[in-house]
Design a protein around this ligand. Sequence first.
Ligand SMILES: [Zn+2]
Length: 505
Amino acid sequence: MLASIPSATVLGAAGHQVTVEVHIGSGLPGYRIVGMPDPSCRESRDRVRAAVMSCEGKEWPNKAITVNLAPSGHRKSGAGLDLAIAVGVLIADEQLPPDAAAGYGFVGELGLDGTVRRVPGTAPMVAELGDVTAVVPIAGSAEAHVATRRDVRVANTLEEVVAALERAAPWPDDLGPQVGPPEPTPPDLADVRGQPVARQALELAAAGGHHLLLVGPPGSGKTMLAQRMPGLLPPLAREQALEATMVHSAAGLTLPRGGFVRIPPFRAPHHTSSVVAMVGGGSHALRPGEISMATGGVLFLDELGEFAPSVLDGLRQPLEEGVIRVSRATSHATLPARFQLVAATNPCPCGGGPPGSCECDDIARTRYLRRLSGPLLDRFDLRVAVARPSVDDLLDAGGGEPSAAVAERVAASQAGALARAGRLNAALHGELLDQVAPLTVAARALLRAEMERNRLTGRGYHRVRRVARTVADLAGGADGPVDDDHVHVAMILRTRLRAATGLAA
Ligand SMILES: [Zn+2]
């Protein structure tokens, strides 16, 4: 007899519908799985068999079992099909009524003792189940609710699933999306002492969507500043929240209470991260990398120059397109990767040391910074020198302005930019820049003078104009042109790397 059970797999951050067909015939006893299963999928036999035998009154059919994963065109990976296979086997073997699973779709891995376990990607998988009620492990309930408007059924064990399908017992209580830890609040800008320039740079970066490079010695608070960026950004809108949630689910991260990722994510991968960890992929399943987990939020790269050049190269395409395409021999996926880049670097190999102690010569400094040069550096509209806070700043009891106050200005400025040009200022290019960021005569003269003195390159000119637009927006001048005051602030915040590091210009 044949059973046909809806389920799904995940590739990258997207779910794919899979129909699990189980046929049981009278041939030689055995278990065959076809339809491009990967090794983890193939191993389902041992898990499903043990789980079925753990159910009171159920037995593993000693017959010819064939499992077909349809459609056969794409590779299926992971253990999320286990539950559907087990239900299919029981129906095909007539240990459950033929229509027992009608109207349900199943996503979950089975333990040898029959436990139903959460698998990475529950949200995108449930989203692709189609017009059925999802049955998922209790730990996957929040993700399932995010992905479907229909009812969700949960279970701890295969035995509970079987009992509910036989109508011998009710489905276990669904605690719904209220399980899970509350979403963590980003640290507050009020904790940062002093640092007026870096604070202003953070606010501008948040308001304009500008990528930000912080240059300064250890102890200058670069990481502390970067961590406060998500608290300055508006909460994710529904579409972005859904996208971030799907990626987090596919990456196997724990979702916050309520199911949705609403606060812009903050990811800070270590400089030893591999290309796969950073951009995604992997030999078996295509998993999201750090740049996708940062989508809608901030990717912070501390010690930028220490990252492998291949890793930094891998950032260029996603920075350009907002997505990353990952390919493997048998599969490829496109994942979201729209993040704001904040990076930090020491000014020289020794990190600057205590004031006055740096003995790095110009050659060592130049070599150190050359690792950063090139197309990636062009991405940073804002490059800001950060100094260690002074003793006065550290002893000053009163903190700075809290994140909430800054976030209000950022939200207003972003809303204005989106209404004006349909994009944040960092994405203004060419004609659009001329249209929405016209210069006053004085502003034009100031920029011309800087270029004539070789203090501004052609690329730098555009960066300064974009930042100056954001300066004007935050100053309440969103409707007017960009004037020389705005340009002046943007110039100060675009410290040339050489100047920031004490190298002769
Ligand atoms: Zn040094």
